[in-house]
Ligand binder design. Structure first.
Ligand code: FES
Ligand code: FES
Length: 152
């Protein structure tokens, strides 16, 4: 089935089954491998993208549910004001360890900062609780989000 989807400001024509997860379309059809597959069942956050600005698990989002919405992935998040601040803070704080979870972490953190420029610890914990990091970078993630918030 043919679909047009809008990713990072570009419209892509794709031909897949309607129930294909958006994650597969991004990675296997469009070749955008920055968004990661972790659990496949909405439990880890590795696959997080933005759909109309909302942090969304692409592994359980069927491509036919996206419609005209704007999808933003890790490949373009640095072009948004909040994404640029989050990525700078991630580098300054040396957040990343193995890196596998980090595109999802950055997408969730950016959605938080874009909607709440001055989050409390509680806001941060709530927004990030669905993003799992096997390397345990949680404290550096929190500090980086605080740094990014202070620069807004
Ligand atoms: S791969 Fe989507 S939440 Fe884990
Ligand atoms: S940095 Fe390794 S899983 Fe998060």
């Amino acid at each position: 089935m043919a679909f047009n989807i809008k990713v990072n400001g570009n419209t892509h024509s794709i031909d897949v089954d309607g129930d294909t997860p958006l994650l597969w379309v991004l990675r296997d059809v469009l070749g955008m491998t920055g968004t990661k597959f972790g659990c496949g069942v909405a439990l880890c956050g590795a696959c997080t993208v933005h759909i109309d600005g909302l942090a969304t698990r692409s592994c359980i989002t069927s491509v036919d549910s996206v419609g005209e919405s704007q999808i933003t992935t890790i490949e373009a998040i640095g072009a948004t004001p909040a994404g640029a601040k989050i990525q700078k803070a991630w580098l300054d704080r040396e957040v990343v360890q193995c890196g596998y979870c980090q595109s999802g972490q950055i997408m969730s953190a950016t959605a938080l900062l874009a909607s709440n420029p001055h989050p409390t610890d509680s806001h941060i914990d709530d927004a990030m609780s669905g993003n799992i990091c096997r390397c345990g970078t949680y404290l550096r993630i929190r500090e980086a989000i605080k740094q990014a918030a202070q620069s807004t």
